[in-house]
Design a protein around this ligand. Sequence first.
Ligand code: ATP
Ligand code: LTN
Length: 332
Amino acid sequence: MENKKVIFSGMQPSGSLTLGNYLGALKNWVKLQSEYDCYYCVVDMHAITVPKEPKDLRKNTLEVLANYIAAGLDPKQVTLFIQSHVSAHAELGWVLNCLTYFGELGRMTQFKDKTKRLESSSIPAGLFTYPVLMAADILLYQADLVPVGEDQRQHLEITRDIAQRFNNRYSETFKVPEAFISKDGAKIMSLQDPSSKMSKSDSHENAFIILMDDLDTIRRKLKRAVTDSEGVVRFNDDQPGVKNLINIYSKITDKTTDEIVASYEGKGYAQFKDDLAEVIIGEVRPIQERIDYLLKNKDYLQEIYSYGAEKAEAAARKTLRKVYKKVGFIPK
Ligand code: ATP
Ligand code: LTN
């Protein structure tokens, strides 16, 4: 156990997990769990960087945890916990905030995307400093690797910069983590606008498939997925909608995109979409059964997150203690 490399990652309970979260990240987390010492977190503090109804936050937090377990994470093998249960995240976050520059946060593309249509008077400061809390999440556990989707690469870069800055200013304290992005770099795109990523907080319901969608909803959303007027199943950039659907097909079945294109020669989009719906259903149905079971057994979920918080707390405190000492805070 001691010699295993450490992994940290998290997802926001900003909605229910999508096929994008699953194929882009969660599926990899499951593959990594036996080889690494893994901390997987539900980052509820990140989810309030945009306005969120308390009852929805509570519901989504438990759902995300249930999704993690249902997708195959083993609570005995990995540490599963809820971010707000370990106060060291907020505490280290503050120290790191004082080491991070306004200019570097302003360059974050996720911040720019999320605030594009907002007046500056209504942009929460937490949305701006979001990457600093994310850096605290990762650095507290001295993580070696952080498995995320391609969209998080820039946040990992700033985490590394902050870690190095702290180490240079005070002395070696943090492990400088690396992003761990799967080779095929799956970025699953919106079913309604294939130029933007599939996102659980999209206001357009047909843009995403959540793991908990019922089977008819999955079929319907695929039927409505945006394609083009070509009518030929081909994998190229001029047909981003079809390309995205082929990618999803390929990620689930492990067939190459060439194989998929070849098997749909002479067939139209309708057949392809119907088949893809069944492929997705085959993958998510067993996960859904487990989610249903878990959400009906909230005591079991509570046992898991309480135990997880205890384990996480112990590791996090160790790092925070060192940090407080190095910056010059007087111990109690
Ligand atoms: P939100 O829409 O609320 O910003 P999100 O759906 O983008 O959330 P996060 O919680 O921010 O999800 O991300 C969780 C993980 O899932 C991250 O590692 C992220 O890179 C990955 N991920 C999210 N969406 C996709 C996608 N469409 N394709 C591949 N990976 C994704
Ligand atoms: N910003 C991440 C969620 C996140 C995260 C983390 C991911 C918060 N803290 C720490 C990895 C490690 C996102 O996926 N949008």
